[in-house]
Design a protein around this ligand. Structure first.
Ligand SMILES: C[S@@+](CC[C@H](N)C(=O)[O-])C[C@H]1O[C@@H](n2cnc3c(N)ncnc32)[C@H](O)[C@@H]1O
Length: 226
């Protein structure tokens, strides 16, 4: 092996060894500088999304031919507006966004906002009817509401039943279970994902998608139905 190659292999070994430390330091700094992403905007509207995750959502919507999105957790409607803008670019797609207490001050023809709990049977009835309107594209479910592990697990159990093979699920904010400064928010979504997968072999983690931009808020967050 040439000296240059040897140095390159040592360099990449060190980079891989430092990976988790770099992730924790970078993600903590990113959250601090953006007030935990409360300062992130899309076309002027607040969107409480880690920008690495927003970019992966954008890539997934296009690459996986997503036709419908069900979002649990609307807040100001910024993430729904972000996805609606992407759907405007591709010329199709609709979103149903659910929240017990949203603060939305706009409407968009591709978005249906629903007031209520994401596990309430009345809301789930609306979600089922919405999903039944799909034609040939895939469904993406975003879990970004109550991040307590037990609640996320119940959402996972309910929404996984509404999905079919090839559909995607993004469980957001599992970084709460990883970052030293986020101990108050545990057990969170990452614990729910792990419990869900223990008893469900029809879903798999898309590790590449979950790790693609290193500073994601959602470790093991991208799941797809086999
Ligand atoms: C992190 S924010 C959502 C951020 C939004 N997706 C965005 O990117 O801008 C979480 C939201 O979940 C809502 N929420 C909490 N518990 C809920 C529940 N059981 N059902 C539906 N929404 C809930 C809260 O009201 C809050 O607006």
């Amino acid at each position: 092996m040439s000296l240059k190659r040897l140095w390159a292999s040592i360099y990449w070994k060190i980079v891989r060894l430092l990976n988790q430390q770099v992730r924790v330091a970078g993600l903590t700094t990113l959250a601090e500088r953006t007030e935990n992403f409360a300062k992130v905007t899309w076309l002027g509207k607040p969107m409480m999304q880690n920008i690495c995750d927003a970019w992966t959502i954008q890539e997934t919507i296009f690459e996986q031919d997503i036709e419908l999105v069900v979002e649990c957790g609307t807040l100001n409607g910024g993430s729904a507006f972000f996805m609606a803008s992407l759907f405007d670019f591709v010329g199709r797609g609709r979103i149903m966004s659910i929240d017990i207490d949203a603060k939305v001050n706009f409407s968009h023809p591709r978005i249906t906002f629903c007031k209520g709990s994401s596990t309430d049977p009345l809301i789930l009835d609306k979600v089922s009817k919405f999903i039944a309107t799909r034609t040939d594209g895939k469904l993406l479910v975003l879990l970004d509401s109550n991040h307590a592990a037990d609640y996320v697990l119940s959402e996972l159990q309910i929404y996984s039943e509404l999905m079919r093979s090839g559909d995607f699920l993004l469980v957001q904010d599992g970084a709460a279970d990883e970052l030293p400064g986020a101990w108050k928010f545990r057990p969170g979504p990452l614990v729910a994902i792990e419990k869900f997968l223990e008893n469900n072999n029809s879903f798999s983690v898309d590790s590449e998608r979950s790790q693609r931009y290193i500073f994601s808020n959602s470790p093991k967050g991208w799941l797809y139905k086999l």
